[in-house]
Design a protein around this ligand. Structure first.
Ligand code: PAF
Length: 273
């Protein structure tokens, strides 16, 4: 596995290979990331991962400084997963002095995470556009766990005619249903024991949907009833493509929620289709 720290090193190696699958990450890898690497491995002759904790997608009061990092462990996991290239740049390489360009996807960024985390998706879209330009992947792999992020990236790719196929892979969960996330490492044992309530809430909405319920407010109520005592940022039943809140479900939809346990903010979702 080749580890590349600079854009010029990466470009030189990239020029020597053909189709490439890219797994962009912020490191502190878990089984969810590794499932994306496995999928990329199965579908591409060359697999690259990026490890970059992107400062521009964190708000001023968010967890950039304490975001978990463990480069040696990440590199060992990627090597074991069959990754060929790792691009791990420094912030100053990605955002040199005078950097002044932002990719802003409108519409689908207005609700959900976008409403609670202003500027977050501009940071995500900008860094992902840069990583696509630098690495020039044939396919790029993202997790359904960050459902709105995947919608935003698909929209950016379509709107800007970027020559990349975006693949979104299912959320990987712990045995009790908690969606894998690097941020789970912040949870105290008590909070970790409470956290599966998020998946229970989504499962309640999905069970009602599967039983024929199409009234979106009834599904939101089913989710809220499982989240008593949680600091809930939102529960949502939205159109899966536009992410607009629905009254009635008559096509692919997404049940999603965000809640805080102490200082840790967790998100999760289940597709309704
Ligand atoms: O999902 C993530 O880890 C990040 O948002 C991404 C896509 C790597 C961009 O920094």
């Amino acid at each position: 596995m080749k580890i590349l720290k600079t854009i010029s090193q990466l470009r030189m190696v990239r020029a020597g290979v053909g189709d490439l699958g890219l797994v962009p990450t912020m490191g502190f890898l878990h089984a969810g990331h590794l499932s994306l690497v496995a999928r990329a491995r199965a579908e591409n002759p060359t697999v690259a991962a990026t490890i970059f904790v992107n400062p521009t997608q964190f708000g001023p009061n968010e967890d950039l400084a304490r975001y978990p990092r463990d480069m040696p462990r990440d590199l060992a996991l990627l090597e074991a997963a069959g990754c060929d290239l790792v691009f791990a740049p420094e912030p100053a390489d990605i955002y040199p002095a005078g950097f002044d360009t932002v990719v802003e996807v409108r519409g689908v960024t207005e609700g959900l995470e976008g409403a609670v985390r202003p500027g977050h998706f501009a940071g995500v879209a900008t860094v992902v556009a840069k990583l696509f330009n630098i690495v020039q992947p044939t396919r790029a792999y993202f997790g359904q766990k960050d459902a709105q992020q995947s919608v935003v990236i698909r929209k950016m790719v379509r709107d800007l005619n970027l020559p990349v196929e975006v693949v979104v892979a299912p959320t990987v969960r712990e045995v009790d249903g908690l969606a894998m996330s690097s941020r789970n490492s912040y949870l105290t044992p008590e909070q970790r024991a409470e956290a599966p309530a998020l998946f229970r809430a989504l499962s309640a909405a999905k069970a009602a949907y599967d039983a024929g319920e199409r009234d979106a407010e009834a599904l939101r109520a089913a989710m809220r009833s499982e989240l008593d005592g949680f600091a809930v940022d939102y529960v949502s039943v939205a159109d899966a493509e536009t992410l607009r809140e629905l009254n009635r479900i008559d096509g692919p939809a997404l049940a999603s929620l965000a809640a805080r346990l102490g200082t840790t903010r967790l998100i999760d979702n289940l597709p309704l289709d």
